[in-house]
Design a protein around this ligand. Structure first.
Ligand code: URA
Ligand code: SF4
Length: 219
């Protein structure tokens, strides 16, 4: 029932998904999603973008400050770092479909100047937003999913997911009843958060190494 107003405690995007929709229709419908409270403070829904039948789907956590303003995933600092790592690993970002587990920016306001600081989405919000990601997967049908960090991993593979345990390996799992191949790695933001240059370089190289596994799988 598209357009139906979800009760405040429903916590699901489900009523907002039009049946039988293509990607463009889904994107338009997602702009009006009220499936959880995150739409209230964010600027806009940030839906996935990219090749509609991309061979690889990259799944991040949620839009950041820049993505929230521009309405497109991974256009801020983490996205720039990701693009560099993808190029180094041999994956053309132009041939990928890029999206997030959660489609609205969650943040707190912090001094100075009430800057908007990213806040991790809750399991409840991830679950509420899941139908959008499931619909994207069903339509794009990528050969490989690249899981960027813990939130994407939990959204796709369950709350027991730990990046450190599975990163850099090709995983084969059933997701929403379909066999999927996945490669998990750290979130590019975690590279930016490293304490010093040495740690940052090591984290970046780890990210590239995992993405090379994905590139080999696509070769
Ligand atoms: N981090 C994410 O997980 N996704 C974005 O789109 C931007 C930053
Ligand atoms: Fe809908 Fe997801 Fe936004 Fe919540 S975060 S309002 S479920 S699009």
């Amino acid at each position: 029932m598209p357009g139906t107003k979800a009760p405040e405690d429903a916590y699901t995007a489900e009523p907002f998904l039009p049946a039988g929709a293509g990607l463009d229709e889904l994107r338009a419908a997602a702009a009006a999603c009220r499936g959880c409270p995150l739409h209230r403070d964010a600027t806009q829904t940030v839906f996935g973008t990219g090749h509609p039948h991309a061979r690889v789907m990259l799944v991040g956590e949620q839009p950041g400050d820049q993505e929230d303003r521009q309405g497109r995933p991974f256009v801020g600092p983490a996205g720039k770092l990701l693009d560099r790592a993808l190029a180094e690993a041999g994956i053309d970002p132009g041939e990928a479909y890029v999206t997030n587990a959660v489609k609205h920016f969650k943040f707190t306001r912090a001094e100075p100047r009430k800057r908007r600081i990213h806040k991790a989405p809750s399991l409840r919000e991830m679950t509420a937003c899941g139908p959008w990601l499931a619909a994207e997967l069903a339509l794009v049908e990528p050969e490989l999913i690249v899981v960027l960090g813990a939130t994407a991993g939990k959204a796709l593979l369950g709350s027991a997911f730990r990046v450190g345990e599975v990163r850099g390996a090709v995983l084969e799992r059933e997701i929403h009843g379909r066999p999927e191949k996945l490669v998990a790695t750290v979130h590019p933001s975690s590279v930016l958060r490293a304490r010093d240059d040495r740690e940052r370089q090591a984290a970046y190289e780890g990210l590239v190494a995992d993405l090379r596994v994905a590139a080999r799988e696509l070769a």
